[in-house]
Design a protein around this ligand. Structure first.
Ligand SMILES: Nc1ncnc2c1ncn2[C@@H]1O[C@H](COP(=O)(O)OP(=O)(O)OP(=O)(O)O)[C@@H](O)[C@H]1O
Ligand SMILES: [Mg+2]
Length: 153
């Protein structure tokens, strides 16, 4: 599915919409070139999951775990694989345990770099610069027939 985001506010609405259907154990893999909106999306997703802290790029720490106050989601795990040298580093810091946590949602920027260790249920979001703004190609919820499409202006 595709969502055209013309402004940050559009990305916020899109993230809110996605947040509504998230459940613990979900893994969102974000890809797309520098500045294509991955962190912005993650920040709005965090807002929708009632994370109090300001989410920025975790580039220098690889992984940050936030407290969320959504119904069944208690943690938002934000991983940035951009500077990750070895997939094993992620295993060493315990990231994989979060993947299966029934109370955590994991969002991974530059997920392509660790695609080998992503489970089959991973939902993919590909961000692209287009003339009108950002185009988000995503697979989230593609098997949920009752899902409503977010409206795009
Ligand atoms: N429609 C839009 N949605 C999201 N961000 C937008 C949009 N239009 C412009 N922007 C701007 O584009 C930039 C996106 O930066 P962001 O840090 O989210 O990208 P990123 O994909 O995480 O980059 P990086 O690969 O460096 O981590 C921000 O400065 C944001 O304000
Ligand atoms: Mg980023």
């Amino acid at each position: 599915m595709k969502f055209l985001s013309k402004t940050e506010a559009d990305t916020k609405n899109f993230a809110k919409h996605i947040a509504l259907s998230l459940k613990g154990g979900d893994i969102l893999a974000l890809d797309g070139e520098l500045g294509s909106g991955k962190t912005t999306f993650t920040r709005f997703l965090a807002e929708a999951l009632k994370v109090k802290d300001y989410v920025n790029s975790p580039t220098f720490v690889i992984m940050k775990v936030y407290k969320a106050k959504a119904d069944k989601i208690k943690n938002l795990v934000h991983i940035d694989a951009y500077r990750l040298e070895n997939q094993k580093d992620l295993v060493d810091i315990g990231a994989l345990e979060y993947f299966d946590s029934p109370q955590a949602v994991t969002v991974i920027e530059w997920a392509e770099r660790i695609k080998k260790i992503l489970p089959p249920r991973t939902q993919y979001f590909k961000f692209e610069h287009v003339r009108e703004g950002r185009l988000i190609n995503y697979s989230y919820g593609k098997n949920q027939k009752t899902r409503n499409e977010p409206s795009s202006k």
